[in-house]
Design a protein around this ligand. Structure first.
Ligand SMILES: Cc1ncc(COP(=O)(O)O)c(C=O)c1O
Length: 500
């Protein structure tokens, strides 16, 4: 990666040299070809830096506590002009502070994120994982069900977890003050979605589904109606049933391009006993990233019928180009005051096993009612989850950008393949998430598509029936894997359909 800053050209490389390696940052004088002023070799074993490598070349060890990149950036942020003049920069071009801050921010992210090897997945290696995705089904079945990605996690997350192990940092965590996730979440919400929220309104919790359960217990009573848009991520149905609430169902309707909200049906379904709108936004499994007009339609109903909103926005970072995520709480102060937003780094950064999420309360009252469930009943939070979520949100965006570009291509591949080779299946490209909701009803498979593809194609995908009654005849396919594995999955499915 390369970028310009005033009279400078900055180049970041990820080098591997005889068992050593890591990111190298070179600062060149842009006007003088090849004149390298500074070089920082943030290697694992022999980290060092050069002052004036084009000529005088004074080499010194880096002097970091445990983070070479942080040390390097600290030197540059502390005295960029001084270092450059010691290195013999002759240009008198000024560098504005704001431009330097922004360039160094990008440099740091690039140094921390070597390109991820997303194509380089092996099924044997995936089967070594102990998580449920690759262990639940027999070894000859390819797994494309639960929402974990097959990709390795971002380098900054790997480093953070490795560091925890290296220093034996597995004791009781200091939650949440040491890993200030509420502030990080608030910063990210402002930067990505223009949502200004006070970090004091954010609590760290174990997982998003836990937040749904606690929210339902806090904001409704047994027998109350909970509005959910089916087909839906199965724990939504479980949460309503297991807390003794009642499902007020609003089925999304398949349109020509995407699934739509049927507002007439929804208005008729919401009764005086309805208390909560349990929103999945972006929506799993249809992949909808609801637009402002749709959200405003929901907001109007929420105010009219005095509902509380629990908005599960765990997929908010997985929105494809051409679509945007609009947090439900940003629709206005009255809406914010009645909205609990749940989120986590776990889906977008592939760390669901680490169990860490956040809850953002739109009002003190919502927070008080949520926290009335005693702290120990809410459960504790693990240090590795805090460290990994911190590394994800603070340092891992380049990894996510690369993954999103890869997923976008997978989404297209899936569309082309279904059109050409599986014409009996209807597929609406998701606007968000790495999940494809496949309508297999026209195939008229007597055993249902889930059992058919598992038995005949040896492909394990999610059974549409578990997403509620509208999921009958559907399956959900997780396409967050390498192109080679995805192609193999689709080939197996097409062959099984052809051989019927
Ligand atoms: C919409 C939605 N909410 C929540 C979760 C799970 O979140 P957690 O593991 O934090 O409970 C998922 C997982 O796929 C999901 O799709």
């Amino acid at each position: 990666m390369e970028l310009s800053l005033g009279p400078l050209r900055l180049v970041i490389e990820h080098r591997a040299l005889d068992g050593d390696g890591g990111p190298t940052l070179r600062l060149y004088e842009a006007a003088a070809e090849q004149r390298e002023l500074l070089r920082f070799d943030c290697f694992e074993k022999t980290p060092h830096w050069h002052l004036g490598p084009w000529g005088p070349d004074r080499i010194s060890r880096l002097d970091p506590a445990d983070d070479n990149v942080a040390w390097t950036l600290e030197q540059l942020r502390g005295d960029l002009a001084g270092l450059l003049s010691r290195a013999g920069l002759e240009s008198d071009g000024q560098i504005a502070d704001a431009a330097a801050d922004e360039a160094l921010r990008r440099v740091e992210l690039a140094m921390r994120n070597p390109p991820a090897e997303l194509d380089d997945l092996s099924i044997d290696r995936l089967r070594q994982r102990t998580g449920e995705k690759w262990t639940r089904y027999p070894d000859d079945a390819l797994a494309a069900w639960v929402a974990d990605m097959d990709f390795p996690v971002a380098a900054p997350i790997q480093r953070a977890l490795q560091r925890s192990l290296d220093v034996g940092d597995l004791g009781y965590p200091h939650n949440p003050s040491s890993a200030d996730l509420p502030s990080l979440f608030a910063e990210r919400a402002a930067e990505r979605w223009g949502w200004q929220l006070d970090p004091r309104s954010v609590e760290v919790l174990t997982d998003v589904v836990q937040g749904i359960f606690i929210g339902l217990l806090g904001y409704s009573d047994a027998g109350d109606g909970i509005v959910i848009q089916t087909p839906i991520y199965p724990p939504f149905l479980g949460a309503v049933q297991e807390t003794g609430r009642r499902v007020t169902e609003s089925p999304l309707v398949r349109g020509a391009e995407r699934y739509e909200i049927d507002f007439d049906q929804l208005r008729a379904a919401v009764d005086p006993g309805s208390r909560v709108l349990l929103l999945c936004h972006p929506h799993n499994p249809t992949g909808r990233a609801f637009e402002r007009a749709e959200l405003e339609g929901l907001a109007e109903l929420v105010l009219e019928r005095d509902l509380v909103v629990i908005s599960d926005e765990i997929h908010a970072d997985l929105v494809f180009p051409g679509h945007v995520h609009i947090p439900f709480a940003t629709l206005g102060p009255e809406i914010e005051a009645r909205t609990l937003t749940l989120s986590s780094a776990s889906k977008a950064f592939n760390i669901a096993g680490l169990r860490c999420a956040v809850a953002a309360f739109g009002s003190a009252d919502l927070k008080r009612r949520f926290l009335s469930l005693p702290r120990h009943a809410r459960g504790g939070i693990g240090g590795p989850g805090l460290a990994a979520s911190d590394a994800a949100w603070r340092h891992s965006q380049p990894w996510l950008d690369q993954v999103m570009a890869y997923l976008d291509e997978n989404r297209r591949l899936l569309g082309r393949f279904v059109r050409e080779r599986l014409p009996g299946i209807v597929y609406r490209a998701p606007e968000a998430t790495y999940l494809a909701w496949l309508d297999c009803r026209a195939l008229e498979l007597p055993e249902g598509p889930y059992a058919f593809f598992l038995e005949k194609a040896r492909v394990a995908i999610s059974n549409g029936v578990s997403f509620g009654a509208p999921g009958e005849g559907f399956v959900r396919l997780n396409f967050a894997t390498s192109r080679a594995i995805l192609t193999e999955i689709l080939e197996r499915m097409a062959k099984a359909v052809d051989a019927r």
